[in-house]
Design a protein around this ligand. Sequence first.
Ligand code: AFD
Ligand code: MN
Ligand code: MN
Length: 407
Amino acid sequence: MNEKQISLGVQLLEQEFGAKRVRQAIDAVQKFRVEVPSWVFGNFGAGRFGDYTPSGVARNIFEKLQDAAMIHQLTGATPNVAMHILWDFTEDGWNPSWKMVEKVDLATRELGLAIGAINPTYFLKGSHRNSYSADEKETVDRYIDQTVVSAEIAKKYGNNLVTLWFPDGSSYPGQVQLSRVYRNMKDSLHRTMQQIDPKVKVLIEYKLFEPGTYHTVISDWGTSYMLTQDLGKNAGVLVDLGHHPHATNIEQIVMRLVVEGVPAGFHFNTRYAADDDHSVEPNPEMARIFYELVLGDVVTNSKADKNWAYMIDQCSGREHRMHAILHSIDSLQVALARAMLVDTPALQKLQDRDELILANRLFNNAMILADVRPLVAAARLDKNLPADPFAAYDASGYRQKTDSERV
Ligand code: AFD
Ligand code: MN
Ligand code: MN
């Protein structure tokens, strides 16, 4: 899309949706920030394909940070990098290391970035009989300590945000006592929160299945929410798009958490089958999720603490890492722009008149049918960012450089 096409496209949107709404959408796209996870740049392997990985994959945390800096340079949208404590801040793979934290923090700041959400790592060696819900005291203690350290890192070096995902569950009925592991989880969370500064927000992620195939201890948003109830005001719920049963109305979950004012965050990705962790696509579901976030004013609120925490949570196997993350950021901006274009007062009138189909059509004009690519491109140009981050990436020579260096 050249500059002429961009400005023509914006004019068409202005004619249809009004100049004011288009301006607000551009502002929102410019303000939107999302964290990238350090691990997205690394090697997850494609398992059965002979461990195939595309060229240029970052080999360590410092190369991951360089990639993150490049992405931020191209998009202006990703100043924070989320970290996994026992992937990014460890020397022996078992204990967190403050020396590593300092090194990584320094490298992050030197690249013009900052450390974002801290993720404790509950799924490494020693977790085959669960982590927080384990019966073994040493396992539980070890993981609680790791979480408390995560909160200290988040406070000192990060953005006061810790996000918890537990692999706890079981694969066979009878394998564990459901009530006992749930009580263990409750108790461990309680012990953790007593040791964490209430300034640090702790979001609990839920997931329907995997690795457990029969049950997961925290399987849905209701469980996450219930568990937060006696943990303090700094505990909340983390929604990950890949963690629900099929056909779940995820925007409705988002709406409930927004209306109830629950501290919350979102892990963006796309899924088709299970927890696919694919790049975000600009699909209608994503636009509908953003519509609820926009209505609730939790996405580009000028009071930063009113906004939800946003992170891309994807793991690439065969995908080119930089393309995969650029694709997600672009898709999120498209989804946000669509949500911003909805004429909510006009929609309300149709709802009042009980015009089901007309309401649906008005909604979808913005949410599905509008071509917002020129709007998103204009938002970038306006901020002296490349209109097309993919083209800018190709032209930068970064790919050739990393392809040849990282072998
Ligand atoms: C796992 C989970 C979850 C979590 C991520 C980082 O599925 O999405 O956010 O690890 O801990 O893959
Ligand atoms: Mn996640
Ligand atoms: Mn996941």
